[in-house]
Ligand binder design. Structure first.
Ligand SMILES: Cc1ncc(COP(=O)(O)O)c(C=O)c1O
Length: 371
């Protein structure tokens, strides 16, 4: 069913007259491509995250630039969680890396540090990078992963594409020592339509990322290229939208949390939800996940909700089961496989109203297969 036919869509951007005016004013300025407005957006993001931020034209490109800047080489082994969106595996693979998958925690849906440690031992120092993912906007156990990174000497990259504004032990994701990437694609907590950024505590690395974003260009000689890079730049048109979105980020994330609480309190029956551990000071709910007891009841439920005009969706196919990853089909990640069978998402977005949330909750009445 196309999005406009749903009573409650999966996602809806909150782009208002202010964003339209800001974009129009950049167009009128005569310099719509990357320039001063993007610099301002970067400095506001750096302040918000208490870090050093480089804006990039998508979350995927941000992951690619981060891996290149950290020196990933073809053949390097990169561990990633089994339950994530496909970009987490496709980007390192496009750079020639060898991806290995780690099982996810069945309750939090995030990477399971215990499974990761077993894999690190099995590969005996062979894993160079671990890309962790904060699924749906919920921080993974950063302290546990940083501890593993020190003991097993790998580079930790946080794919926080879904998690702008989330907090781990009172600290915003993106303000830690390791490098993190975010996406500003249309369904995210803040959007530039398509876009993203990299946040790093390392100022030297920031300079390398900036170069990779702009063809590896030498600062003084425009047509001299020190590094192999490409065009991952954004536009001031988009950054003007991003600046206004960032000003509303706290309001957006707070509304997403209110909607999620409504769902958690009012949808009972036999539905479970993504478990939120104590170390999570704030989920940022890019997605809202529910879990049924079986694949059959999940499929019946999603069909029922769609028939009621609610854009409920099944979850991602795990990385090791994707047709584009035949070399990973030998991996067994039983928790991710159960999540795949039983998980579904419900609509959640920045300006979602209580009335819209109520339509979703009411659609659960008389739902088959969940009693
Ligand atoms: C975990 C994860 N990584 C990377 C990306 C890629 O971000 P983008 O769509 O901005 O390229 C996404 C997209 O939502 C994602 O969910």
């Amino acid at each position: 069913m196309p999005q406009q036919e749903f009573n409650v869509p999966m996602s809806k951007p909150d782009i208002g007259i202010d964003e339209i005016d800001a974009a129009a004013s950049v167009l009128r300025s005569g310099w719509p491509t990357q320039g001063r407005v993007t610099e301002k957006f970067e400095s506001m993001l750096s302040q918000y995250l208490s870090s050093n931020v480089c804006v990039i034209n998508s979350g995927s490109s941000a992951l690619l630039c981060a891996l290149v800047a950290h020196g990933l080489k073809p053949g390097d082994k990169v561990a990633i969680p089994a339950f994530t969106f496909i970009a987490t595996s496709s980007i390192p693979k496009m750079l020639g890396a060898q991806v290995v998958v780690v099982d996810s925690d069945p309750c939090t849906m995030n990477i399971d540090p215990g499974s990761l440690e077993r894999l690190l031992k099995r590969y005996d120092g062979g894993i160079k990078f671990v890309i962790t993912v904060d699924v749906a906007g919920m921080p993974c156990d950063i302290d546990a992963l940083v501890d593993l990174a020190k003991r097993y000497r790998f580079t930790l990259i946080e794919d926080a594409a879904e998690s702008f504004g989330a907090r781990y032990k009172d600290k915003l994701l993106g303000s830690h020592d390791h490098t993190a990437i975010f996406s500003f694609q249309i369904a995210k907590q803040i959007t530039t339509i398509e876009g993203g950024c990299i946040s790093t505590s390392n100022k030297k690395l920031l300079q390398v990322i900036r170069k990779v974003r702009d063809y590896g260009r030498n600062e003084k000689e425009r047509y001299v290229h020190d590094l192999v890079g490409a065009n991952f730049r954004t536009t001031d048109l988009q950054s003007a939208i991003g600046i206004l979105q960032l000003k509303k980020a706290e309001e957006y994330i707070s509304n997403r949390n209110k909607i999620a609480q409504e769902y958690r309190i009012r949808i009972k029956d036999s539905i479970h939800f993504q478990q939120v551990p104590n170390y999570v000071s704030r989920h940022s709910y890019m997605l809202f996940f529910g879990l049924t007891r079986s694949k059959k009841s999940r499929d019946q439920l999603v069909r029922h909700l769609i028939a009621q005009g609610i854009d409920a969706r099944k979850s991602w196919t795990p990385i090791h089961m994707q047709p584009c990853n035949p070399e990973l089909h030998r991996f067994r990640c039983s928790n991710a496989e159960v999540i795949f069978d039983c998980a579904f998402t419900l609509p959640i977005y920045n300006a979602m109203s209580r009335a819209e949330a109520r339509l979703v909750i009411d659609a659960f009445k008389n739902a088959p297969g969940i009693g």
